[in-house]
Design a protein around this ligand. Sequence first.
Ligand code: NAD
Length: 356
Amino acid sequence: MQGKKLNIGVLGCGPIAQFAHFEACQKGRNVALFAICDKAVDLVQQMEMMWKPVKTYLDYATMLEDPEIDAIIIATADALHVPLALQAIHAGKHVLIEKPLSHSLEECIELEECAERNEVVVQVGHMKRFDEGIAYAKKFVDKTLGEIVALKAWYGDNTHRYTMTDNVQPIPFKSTMAVKPISDPKADPERYYMMAHGSHLLDTAQFLAGSIGSVQAHLRTIQDIWCWFIDVEFASGAVGHLDLTIKIRGDWHEGFQVYGTGGSVFAKTYNPWFYKSSEVQCYSEDEKVSYSPLAADGFSYRLQLEAFADVIMSGDPMLGTSIREGTEITRGMIAIHQSIQDGKRVYLDQLKATAI
Ligand SMILES: NC(=O)c1ccc[n+]([C@@H]2O[C@H](COP(=O)([O-])OP(=O)(O)OC[C@H]3O[C@@H](n4cnc5c(N)ncnc54)[C@H](O)[C@@H]3O)[C@@H](O)[C@H]2O)c1
C-alpha cells in the first residue's frame, strides 16, 4: 500500500467526528475521507455538504461491504465501541476506536483475540500520545531519563472549559435521529468522568511509566467538584500519584512530572481544542542541560490518524494505544472504583469485578 492514501470510513457523525475526525481525514498526509456513516440522515446530509466524502451510508453493515474502504474510525458512544469494532474486523477492516476502549474486560479480550485472528491493526484513540510535547517526553524518558523513580500526573477539567472551547470549536449539528446507547452514559457522573477523562490520565501515566501494578484511590466530592487522588505503584517499582479533578474552579489544569535516575521531565498540557502541544522541559543530568521542543504541530487527532495509517501502509511500529494497553486502562479504572468502594489498595491482577 506504499504511496497510496488509506481510505477511511468514519462511523458516527456526532460531535467528536465533527470536531476532530473529518478534519483529520481531510488534512492527513496519508489518508482520505472516503466515506461517512450515521443512521441519522440529517447529520449525514449536513456532513456530506461540509466535508465532501466520496460516499455516504446510513447503514453500517453496507458501509463495511465497500471494498474500497481500508479502515474504519469508530466515533460512537463508548458502550457501542467493541461490538461495532468486531463487525469491522470481521469485514477485514483496520480500526481506530475512540477512547475509552470498553467498560468491560470480557469485551476487551474478545476484541484482542478477534483482531489477532484477522490480522488487522486496531488502535485506541488516546490522541494525547501524539501531542508532540508528550511524544518528545516519551522519547526522552526511554533514552535519557534512566530508571523512573516517580511519576505525578494531573488532569483537571474546569468550570469554564465550555466558555473557552465554544470559541474555537464549530457549533456541532445535532439530530434527534442519532443512535444512543441503552443507558445514558452521563447518568452516573463518577463513572462518566472516569471513562471520559480518567482514561486519558491513565493512558498518559502508562505511556510514560509502563503498566500499573496497584492503586489506592480517594474520591472527594463537594458542590459538584469531583476529585480523585490516586496513589499508584507501577509494575517497574516506580511510585506515582494521579490527580483527576473535574470542575476545578479555575483554568484547565493538566500535566506531569517524571523523576528518573538520569534526569527529570516537567510538562504542562493544554486543552486539545487549542491545538497547542504540551510545553515540556526535559533535563539531562549527564549534560546539565534542559531540552524544550517547539512542537509546532498541535493537531494531535490528525497525527494519531497518520501514525495509524503508517502502521497499516508502511509496517511502522504502533505508537498509539494498543488493545492490550486499552484493556489495562479499563482494568485501572475498575481498580480505582473498587479501591474507593473498599477503602483499600487494589492490585490490578486481583479485581473483584470485570466491568466498570
Ligand atoms: N478523544 C477525545 O478527546 C474525545 C473527545 C470527545 C469524545 N470522545 C469519544 O468519542 C465517542 C463519541 O462521542 P460523541 O459525543 O461524538 O458521541 P455521540 O453518541 O453524540 O455520536 C455518535 C454518533 O454515532 C451514530 N451511531 C451510533 N451507532 C451507530 C450505528 N450502529 N450506525 C450508524 N450510526 C451510529 C449516532 O447516530 C451518533 O450520531 C465517545 O466514545 C467519546 O468518549 C473522545
